[in-house]
Design a protein around this ligand. Sequence first.
Ligand code: FO1
Length: 324
Amino acid sequence: MDGPSGHAPTHDRVVLLAGGVGGAKLAHGLAAHLGERLTVVVNTGDDLERHGLAIWPDHDTVLYTLAGLDDRDRGWGLRDETWTAIDQLERLGEDAWFRLGDRDIATHLLRTERLARGDRPTDVAVALRHAFGVRPTILPMTDSPVRTEVDTDEGTLDFQDYFVRRRQEPEVSGVRFRGVDAARPTAAVLAAVADAIAIVVAPSNPIVSIGPILALPGMTDAIAARRAQGVPVVAVSPIVGGRALKGPADRMLVSLGGESSAVEIARRYASLVDVLVIDTADAALAREIEALGIEAAVRDTIMTDDDTRAALGRDVLAIAEGRR
Ligand code: FO1
């Protein structure tokens, strides 16, 4: 948030709730201004075990993006990746639909070993962040297992089974976060929220990326408590011009009984946020959104490169600052 002099005023901790690609891009844009004053709370509902390895897709997308090592075309995994190990697994008869790159496997090996020796996921995330030289904090939303499942016309599927193996083709009629009732946000997550001077909801899928974070018992109360103390909560719409920028959010919103629009995002977040940032393409929806009792801020939200990521990060911080 540059002032008129072009100098960035100081910020304290800002918390970003994030899923994969959209969350990682905004994390990168916010990190350009905040550095270590940014804490990203990542969805763990997408996590899975494959080939004996613990894999955290959303965490790793944020980690690799903040490390500047992400593959921007693919949207997941590391740049300059090779696929020798997974190809060999396939030759050995394994079902290798979930593609693990050779370098990426090193992350999963390190993580799986540390989890097996009893480290908590939060501590493993801290170790990985340090190993990758990433300044912002990345926190799994919980240390307890939560697994997203979707009800589809092909039956109930684990999230990655639906997302990767079945390429998001089956129509989703229901979503569940298995384990969420027994899970809690970690002490680190609650401390970050309690310290935050702003809470940002990334342009991630509201159902399967942000949904699991908000479904954790105590999470929305912790955010509401901060809001009651004057801390702004700003969300960025993942729906632009009626379409999801990436992934199946648009189709899911419709198949679950809503509509695919920034207004629908506003409806879902109305009790949680002060401001919804919508794209300039959706400027005409601002009135309808404001009728729901939240401010609509119209900005360019499409993040195509480092500059547009940083520009949206700056805009979101300025909007939050304006509400304090
Ligand atoms: N997404 C795919 O579409 N195909 C894959 O084979 C795949 C492998 C993969 C491996 C590690 C990892 O961290 C992520 C991976 N993803 C893959 C991405 C990912 O599972 C989804 O994009 C997210 O879960 C949705 O947020």
